[in-house]
Design a binder for this molecule. Structure first.
Ligand code: GRF
Length: 198
């Protein structure tokens, strides 16, 4: 079974959805640990509740961006992690981690990339921009992580309609529901060979 590590900075509802999918047998993978840069992240509590290791690692706790990058790789390798699952992780991934886990780092983004991605496009900013642009459709994207924000190969997308009376909050809630389904489903499709990483 693929051994999973999560990187999360916030609430971790996507982490929870993946933990639940593993628990329920819909995702045949083994969650092992969660790393957060934010000691207050609720995601850390979710990991504890699920009985997996939860770690607070940041530039501050490690001393520098470079040290954090190296310490993360060491920790992931010591725990024989196969896949690194980014779920609302708000920090840039360092070059060492990118190289050590090339093609095995995944992220979720709450828009139909390449639209509404890139620096500054996170959280409510994304949904505000979608509505301001008059888009009729938005959604969620699962992609491989590369050196640039929200780039890297797109693996799967889910569409949701943008309604005339949508606020950024109502749109975010509808997209998030799809995110929860899409992330675990996509990882399982990679495992079963329905989506190829090659
Ligand atoms: C999600 O909208 C995800 O697409 C984005 O950050 C948000 C994280 O939400 N990358 P949660 O912490 O999983 O609830």
């Amino acid at each position: 079974m693929k051994r999973l590590a999560f990187l999360a900075s916030g609430g971790g509802s996507n982490v929870q959805a993946i933990l639940d999918a593993c628990q329920g047998g819909r995702l045949q993978a083994e969650p092992v640990l969660l790393i957060s840069n934010n000691s207050d992240a609720y995601a850390l509590q979710r990991a504890e509740q699920a009985g997996i290791q939860s770690l607070h690692m940041s530039q501050k706790t490690c001393g520098s961006f470079e040290a954090l990058d190296q310490d993360m790789v060491t920790c992931l390798q010591e725990n024989t992690i196969d896949w690194v699952i980014l779920a609302g992780y708000m920090k840039k991934i360092g070059p060492r981690l990118l190289q050590a886990y090339a093609g095995r780092l995944f992220n979720i983004h709450p828009s139909l990339l390449p639209k509404f991605g890139g620096q500054g496009m996170y959280g409510m900013n994304v949904h505000k921009a979608v509505i301001a642009a008059g888009e009729k459709e938005s959604g969620a994207t699962i992609h491989c992580v590369s050196g640039e924000y929200d780039q890297g190969r797109i693996l799967a997308q889910a569409q949701v309609a943008v309604l005339d009376d949508d606020t950024p909050e109502s749109l975010a809630a509808r997209v998030l529901k799809e995110e929860h389904r899409l992330y675990a489903e996509t990882l399982q499709k990679i495992i079963s060979g329905k989506i190829s990483l090659a």
